[in-house]
Design a protein around this ligand. Structure first.
Ligand SMILES: Cc1cc2nc3c(=O)[nH]c(=O)nc-3n(C[C@H](O)[C@H](O)[C@H](O)COP(=O)(O)OP(=O)(O)OC[C@H]3O[C@@H](n4cnc5c(N)ncnc54)[C@H](O)[C@@H]3O)c2cc1C
Length: 461
């Protein structure tokens, strides 16, 4: 079996890093990528500027592979996703050459001749990676080990507050986007809604606030599931300055009234009324007259391709079980996360690893730096260098985001580090136009009434 390659699923930043480390160590590797080119997921959010600077966005083995080609590492600055691809990921994929196969989707991974049930001789059998190419042809690749670096981008969470699509969410699909908008001019004069409270939602709110500045007849309403805005971004407590700045900018556009916020809004239903969307919450609050929704509520891993493997995933996060305690937003107070490697990422299925964004499952704090350390350690393990696999060569910055899901029902931030993005009561009079579009359905008859203080202070439930 040792003559077989390691197969890596996904030519994103992390899959390419694993391939660079294995190549660096003289191990055979094949990277299978669904997209027509490298880093297809990053390319889809290419218009978004990263909050990590260049020194945090390139991997050590990748740099060793690239430098002989004349490539030089960009010394500083914060690239967009597109610049990350053009100036680093695409050259890296090119340096890896034919090791990367594009337009090929991994549809499943199994053990040769054995489904998940069979113990007998299991670990002596190679993996069989099932693929489907762009022409519809099935393929099979035998592998001595498999590293799943397929990310979570393909499975955005729905808008429904309970993790399942809200009533009418699928029917309203043409008016709901699960991506950060790029070109927003076409929405001028409309009522736009952002759902979510992570960094992507903050990006979207900022982008749309620029449109409101240019076209004040545009309304932007930002709906958050929790009863406080304290968790939106780490602000000054965030050790990544650009991510902290994102939080501060979000604070400013909300405080200035360019974007109206409704907290404690747990999306239950989308309805078409009078040519527009009405969004109803579990407690019957409503936001009416909506043209377009940006549901940015996080991602979840696609584990369907792993159904014939023996996995140990955390019951709530769907993260690799060995790292879940480290990254669980329910118990994490201030977002500081330790580095993880092969030891923590180990699975019951010998020779199989999940790395990168997918290793975090639904947890929102993944950083490229974390993944590069995982890639280094897992590649060392697969190459038989246990000393290198066991060493940890990274200290991760603090996110500054308090409480995670731990304060899900709390009415105030109240915890360790970040100040609330906005004191909603204070901002009430500044919300302006957004007020007119936000209505409460106060009774079971669904009769809308005007926005009240209770909505703004988040104490209405
Ligand atoms: C908008 C946005 C901004 C971000 N900003 C930052 C930042 O500033 N700093 C930071 O550190 N991190 C940031 N991140 C986190 C970021 O996701 C990671 O740093 C990085 O992109 C994750 O890399 P990955 O390789 O694990 O996953 P991905 O980038 O998602 O790559 C996975 C690859 O696998 C491929 N694939 C998926 N399924 C299959 C399949 N079945 N078969 C074959 N191929 C498949 C995909 O096409 C994709 O190319 C950001 C994420 C987003 C969404």
């Amino acid at each position: 079996m040792s003559e077989l390659p390691v197969v890596v699923i996904g030519a994103g930043p992390q899959g390419l890093a694993v391939a660079a480390h294995l190549t660096d160590r003289g191990n055979d590797v094949i990277v299978v990528e669904r997209g027509a080119g490298p880093a297809a997921a990053v390319s889809e959010w290419g218009h978004v500027r990263l909050f990590s600077g260049w020194p945090e966005l390139t991997d050590t083995a990748a740099r060793r592979l690239l430098e002989p080609t004349g490539w030089t590492a960009p010394p500083s600055g914060y690239p967009t996703g597109a610049e990350w691809v053009d100036q680093y990921l695409a050259p890296l994929a090119q340096a890896l050459g034919e090791r990367v196969r594009y337009s090929t989707t991994v549809t499943g991974v199994s053990r040769k001749g054995r489904d998940r049930l069979v113990d007998s001789g299991r670990n002596a059998q190679p993996f069989v990676v099932h693929t489907l190419d762009a022409g519809g042809e099935d393929g099979r690749i035998s592998a001595r080990a498999v590293v799943d670096a397929s990310g979570t981008w393909s499975l955005p969470n729905p808008a429904g507050a309970d993790g399942l699509p809200a009533v009418g969410e699928k029917r309203a699909a043409s008016q709901i986007s699960y991506r950060i908008p790029q070109e927003v001019s076409g929405y001028a004069g409309q009522h736009l809604v952002v759902i979510g409270s992570g960094h992507s939602a903050a990006h979207a709110a900022l982008r749309l606030s620029e449109l409101v500045r240019r076209r004040p007849d545009t309304t932007v309403t930002w709906l958050m599931r929790r009863r406080t805005t304290a968790h939106v971004a780490g602000g000054a407590a965030d050790e990544l300055p650009e991510r902290a700045a994102l939080g501060s900018r979000a604070q400013k556009v909300v405080a200035s009234g360019l974007v109206g916020v409704v907290t404690g809004f747990r999306v239950a239903e989308f309805r078409h009324e009078e040519g527009a969307l009405t969004i109803a919450a579990e407690n019957r609050e409503q936001v009416t007259g909506v043209s377009q929704v940006f549901a940015l509520t996080g991602f979840r891993p696609d584990v369907s391709i792993l159904s014939e493997l023996r996995l140990s995933l955390d019951a709530s996060l769907e993260a690799v079980a060995g790292i879940a305690a480290e990254i669980d937003p329910n118990i994490h107070s201030c977002g500081s996360v330790g580095a993880t490697g092969a030891r923590e990422l180990i699975q019951p299925e010998e020779g199989f690893f999940i790395v990168g964004a997918k290793s975090y499952g639904r947890a929102p704090t993944f950083l490229a730096l974390t993944g590069f350390e995982q890639a280094r350690s897992v590649a060392a393990h697969l190459a038989g260098d246990e000393e290198a696999a066991e060493s940890r060569q990274l200290v991760l910055p603090d996110t500054g985001v308090c409480g995670g899901s731990g304060d899900f029902d709390a009415g105030t931030g109240g915890s360790c580090c970040a100040a609330p993005v906005l004191q909603l009561g204070v901002a009430r009079e500044r919300l302006g136009a957004a007020h007119e579009r936000i209505e409460l359905s106060a009774s079971h008859t669904d009769q809308p009434v005007s926005l009240t203080d209770s909505t703004l202070t988040g104490s209405h439930s």
